[in-house]
Design a protein around this ligand. Structure first.
Ligand SMILES: *[C@@H]1O[C@H](CO)[C@@H](O)[C@H](O)[C@H]1NC(C)=O
Ligand SMILES: *[C@@H]1O[C@H](CO)[C@@H](O)[C@H](O)[C@H]1NC(C)=O
Ligand SMILES: *[C@@H]1O[C@H](CO)[C@@H](O)[C@H](O)[C@H]1NC(C)=O
Ligand SMILES: *[C@@H]1O[C@H](CO)[C@@H](O)[C@H](O)[C@H]1NC(C)=O
Ligand SMILES: *[C@@H]1O[C@H](CO)[C@@H](O)[C@H](O)[C@H]1NC(C)=O
Length: 609
């Protein structure tokens, strides 16, 4: 497939092999990226942010099917800041040894990420707020995060303490603030950085503003001599004083998945008890506190737009608004938290305004956080890197119209997750250990939609997102359950469920180790090279049934908290590619292939039968 999106970039780069002149630099656009923390797209929080609505949604484009690929702060942020899937950064958790700031450094990413690359392209780079987990008062200089003209980071243990934050500026020691509201400080620091940047008009800037709202408040207390030597008190976010009484009647939307009478989800989720009235009261309070805390983020949006306007550069600056991951509150009986593959957790806000970005447009085609770095490269006129796993999101009226109207737009979002910690942030005290490592795939199309996942317990889930957008009926269980033998296994694609699961499984199989934009964005070309197949509907053709049925199935050998390759079952090899002569009319195993051995050994250990 021809990457039409690449063409303008390649042309521009061919013409600009010499360093840009000052005149060229002056016309290069700026970016301000406002990144919230744990903000949902599905629980309507954006509706309570008037400045986001007036200044971004109405003046820009709203991407309603934007997804994070790992619903957890640190892995998600590292993916965003490298343009790579988590399986390619191997920063898969929030804490060491599998994640957090030390793992980011250990993987060499501090030398290889967006701010460093942008600086080498002549951009001034500024960042204030939360960078990532496990970036703390002990390790903040070991080494300092690279690539910033100016930085002022929130640090652990007080990253999520709304009124006693710790900030660490450039290479200075940390500063402890007492009774100073975190989001207001982030706003002031961001505006001051913008002033610095605007004073140097010969180079464009990229400013990131990363407040913690609407993340919960964590107050860390020392417990010297104890095990662990500290405690964390988790409470709803604290708002600025002036917003503390807003939205007295707001409550978690009571959709079908909110505290359902019949449980829903894989193994451990299907066993959760129903929430008590007391739990629900608390959920609603948490929901209101999140909206109230977000008001200070909404102020940031207004002040940023005002500053750009006063400096006369609003027309040459892109503003991106997003969140690292989403959040669930009471859906599927879950205590508040993130980390599941449910829509509340993986679907996140993305609104963009800027030069040429259509105003008031809503896009429903799938886009992901791994597409953000390629998108910045495209709008800033930098040639795309080969190690990007995503593709630029078009930001022009023509490009977006083409995307919306294309019958063959990218439909899939690869979802992955590794953890043993409980995805219910507010249910930690129950000592529930949850193996929450899984591989998922979300399919977004005009005509159909699915979410399919295989957990490390080898439990499966499959939801028909068109007829069951609340994800209440796990079709995988239904199709196998003796209790529901009357279940109609025909899918909206008009084929048996087994034909559908075989395709979805094959997608996960190729994507879970994909590297690079071609492999990660064109999985059907990997599976069916040379065939004219771009969509799930096209891949459902009966002539491919035996091929897909014969491919190794996604499964885990055991549960791990990080990306340990030998725990993750069969992997894709090119030897599994479909080819007309080999596979039409007979399955791989009929053809004499030991598919599991084949996939585990890789192509060099092969003996074709
Ligand atoms: C429900 O409330 C009880 C009592 O406060 C608490 O222990 C439990 O963790 C809560 N459960 C959920 C799912 O929020
Ligand atoms: C149904 O269950 C059988 C045996 O438990 C299993 O081998 C098979 O993969 C399952 N298939 C589906 C579509 O659930
Ligand atoms: C099952 O669903 C398909 C597609 O929606 C429909 O055409 C078919 O008649 C249904 N079969 C039964 C037995 O209800
Ligand atoms: C989690 O996975 C590990 C390794 O596969 C297993 O030993 C353990 O029993 C699992 N724990 C739960 C609660 O399922
Ligand atoms: C990812 O990192 C962990 C922890 O350092 C390491 O054990 C593992 O082998 C790495 N995974 C891959 C696929 O490189």
């Amino acid at each position: 497939m021809v990457h039409t999106a690449f063409l303008p970039v390649l042309l521009v780069s061919a013409l600009c092999n010499v360093a840009p002149t000052i005149a060229e630099k002056q016309t290069r656009p700026n970016v301000v990226f406002i990144l919230a923390d744990d903000q949902d797209a599905k629980l309507n929080s954006l509706d309570y942010m008037p400045n986001v609505q007036e200044l971004l949604v109405d003046q820009g484009t709203h991407f309603k099917s934007h997804y994070c690929t790992v619903a957890w702060c640190c892995p998600s942020r590292v993916s965003m800041w490298t343009g790579k899937a988590a399986h390619n950064t191997n920063v898969t958790n929030v804490e060491t040894p599998y994640g957090g700031y030390p793992k980011f450094v250990q993987e060499g990413l501090n030398d290889n990420w967006v701010p460093v690359w942008l600086q080498s392209e002549g951009y001034q780079t500024y960042y204030t707020g939360k960078l990532m987990n496990a970036h703390n008062v002990v390790n903040y200089f070991q080494p300092f995060p690279k690539g910033f003209t100016g930085s002022d980071f929130l640090l652990d243990p007080n990253t999520y303490n709304y009124i006693n934050p710790i900030f660490q500026r450039n290479k200075l020691p940390p500063v402890y603030h007492t009774n100073d509201y975190s989001t207001d400080l982030v706003r002031k620091k961001a505006l001051a950085f913008m002033d610095d940047a605007i004073k140097k008009p010969d180079s464009p800037f990229f400013v990131t503003v990363a407040p913690i709202a609407p993340h919960s408040d964590y107050t860390v207390t020392l417990n010297i001599g104890g095990d662990p030597p500290y405690g964390v008190n988790i409470t709803p976010p604290v708002s600025a004083d002036e917003y503390k009484d807003l939205f007295p009647d707001a409550a978690v939307p009571r959709g079908p998945s909110f505290n359902p009478d019949v449980p829903s989800g894989v193994d451990w989720i299907a066993e959760l008890p129903q929430l008590s009235a007391e739990n629900i009261t608390y959920n609603d309070l948490l929901y209101r506190q999140r909206l109230r805390a977000l008001q200070s983020v909404d102020e940031i949006v207004k002040d940023v737009v005002d500053k750009l306007e006063q400096a006369g550069i609003l027309d040459n600056t892109y503003i991106f608004y997003s969140s690292d991951n989403g959040y669930h509150i009471g859906q599927h009986r879950l205590a508040p938290g993130k980390g599941c593959g449910f829509e509340e957790d993986i679907n996140v806000p993305l609104v963009v305004r800027g030069p040429g970005v259509p105003a008031g447009k809503v896009i429903t085609r799938s886009t992901t956080h791994t597409d953000l770095a390629p998108t910045w490269w495209q709008i800033l006129g930098i040639p795309l890197r080969e190690d990007f796993d995503g593709m630029p999101i078009p930001l022009t009226d023509a490009g977006l119209t083409e995307l919306e109207e294309s019958k063959r737009a990218k439909e899939h979002i690869q979802i992955e997750f590794w953890s043993k910690s409980n995805p219910q942030e507010y249910n930690q005290d129950q000592g529930l250990e949850v193996n929450s490592t899984y591989k998922g795939i979300r399919i977004v199309s005009e005509d159909y939609g699915f979410y399919y996942a295989v957990w490390c317990s080898n439990s499966h889930e499959l939801y028909d997102m068109k007829s069951d957008p609340s994800q209440m009926t796990n079709l995988y269980a239904a199709s196998n359950s003796t209790a529901t033998t009357s279940y109609n296994t025909s899918t909206p694609l008009g084929r048996p469920l087994s034909a559908l699961t075989a395709r979805l499984d094959a997608l996960i199989l190729t994507l879970k180790t994909c590297k690079g934009a071609t492999a990660c964005t064109e999985p059907w070309n990997t599976l069916l090279p040379g065939e004219d197949v771009y969509t799930l509907a096209e891949a459902m053709d009966e002539k491919y049934d035996d091929y897909f049925a014969g491919l190794p199935k996604v499964e885990f050998d055991r549960c791990e908290e990080g990306y340990i390759a030998d725990a993750e079952g069969p992997v894709w090899t090119e030897q599994l590619e479909w080819s007309e002569g080999d596979f039409v009319g007979r399955s791989l195993s009929e053809a004499g292939w030991d598919v599991n051995m084949l996939a585990r050994k890789g192509r060099h250990a092969l003996n074709r039968p």
